[in-house]
Design a protein around this ligand. Structure first.
Ligand code: KG4
Ligand code: ZN
Length: 343
């Protein structure tokens, strides 16, 4: 093949990811995670994440190259997440990418983390549709984005005004005594006989009044508090907490709001495609509900496989590849890391 070979580096949160793609073909996706080091704190500790990236960076680049069967000198361009994310964590990846680009004398592409979450789908389903809504739901973000052409960036339509969807999963899991990160455990508890209709938990920002100002925004903090109160009341009364039912009912509230607003966003833009990404896209109920409701609305759903939905280097390489293929200009070598990068 004579498609360009792109190496992508991701360090915006707690995963050190290095992906290698040729065109839209994934050759390697090496990852080192510091998630276990953060588990006992119940959340990601920025300082711990930065140090872990520094230690894992070069070994992870080596591992990716070995898997892809290439030498670093074969690489045609280096892509890196330059924001948004944890400042210190981003700096490690950006510095590594610059060093690599400089020594290889190859172009550097700084990319937006959220746009990369969208672009990763090209590795599984090929070219993105002309015009789609992307819903990104993870521990750090919950956004609805309009995407015309991913190489021109993404347009924010709405986002959470408090907790991210994944954060709500993690906090509710903690209340229920499930391990961190809680999303997969809630998913599993709900599947193990959980009754989705056991309690009707609140759907944030869906009242007529809220929709006027926050049509495409989310709020999960009230839901989390409602679940915590419900569980506390049961415990106070000395009753058993039906973990599976509470998990299922909570998950139902999150998925109901996410899918409703995502479909409304597609209708607003006149798009017939919805792309779902981020760690929460791995949720089995979200996938099923999105498929069902989108089918009714005549919208096609694209969800990359779970391994591509969570933070990784492949998504950065995928976006880098799209930029190179579209003939976009590279970034300067004094590219800053921008922790609060606008989308
Ligand atoms: O994208 P990601 O790996 O990292 C960032 O937060 O950027 O997403 C991790 C989040 C965590 O909050 C985790 O609990 C959630 O995704 N998650 C899930 C599932 N798998 C991971 N949430 C619900 N259901 C799942 N199956
Ligand atoms: Zn992410």
């Amino acid at each position: 093949e004579n498609e360009p070979l792109i190496l992508g580096i991701e360090t915006s949160c707690d995963e050190t990811g290095v992906g290698i793609v040729r065109g839209q073909t994934l050759l390697a996706d090496a990852i080192a995670s510091s998630v276990e080091e953060h588990a006992r704190f119940g959340g990601v500790v920025p300082e711990v994440a930065s140090r872990a990236h520094l230690e894992a960076m070069v070994p992870t680049i080596r591992r990716a190259c070995e898997t892809a069967g290439i030498k670093p000198t074969d690489v045609d361009a280096v892509a890196v997440t330059s924001g948004p994310g944890l400042a210190g964590a981003l700096l490690v990846g950006v510095a590594a990418a610059k060093g690599l680009a400089l020594s290889l004398e190859k172009p550097l592409y700084g990319v937006n983390h959220l746009a990369a979450h969208v672009a990763v789908d090209t590795l599984e389903h090929g070219d993105l549709p002309k015009g789609c809504v992307a819903m990104l739901v993870s521990g750090g973000h919950s956004s609805l984005l309009a995407v015309e052409d991913i190489t021109d960036g993404v347009l924010p339509m709405g986002s959470t005004i408090d907790d991210a969807a994944g954060e709500a999963f993690d906090k509710v899991a903690r209340v229920l005594g499930l391990p961190f990160p809680g999303g997969p455990y809630i998913d599993k508890a709900a599947r193990d006989g959980g009754d989705r209709l056991y309690v009707k938990f609140p759907r944030g920002l869906t009242s007529q009044r809220d929709l006027e100002r926050h049509r495409f925004d989310f709020s999960f903090s009230g839901l989390k508090t409602a679940v915590a109160r419900w569980v506390e009341a049961k415990r106070r009364d000395g009753e058993d907490v039906p973990v599976n039912h509470v998990a299922a009912a909570f998950q139902e509230a999150v998925c109901d709001v996410l899918t409703r607003k995502a479909i409304d966003a597609c209708k607003d833009r006149g798009y017939e495609h919805l792309l779902i990404g981020g760690g929460v896209a791995a949720n089995s109920r979200l996938r099923a509900m999105a498929e069902e409701r989108c089918a009714e609305a005549g919208i096609a759903v694209r969800v990359p496989r779970p391994g591509l939905c969570t933070d990784n280097g492949a998504m950065v390489a995928a976006l880098g590849s799209e930029l190179v293929r579209a003939g976009k200009a590279p970034s300067p070598l004094d590219l800053p890391a921008d922790s609060s990068m606008p989308i």
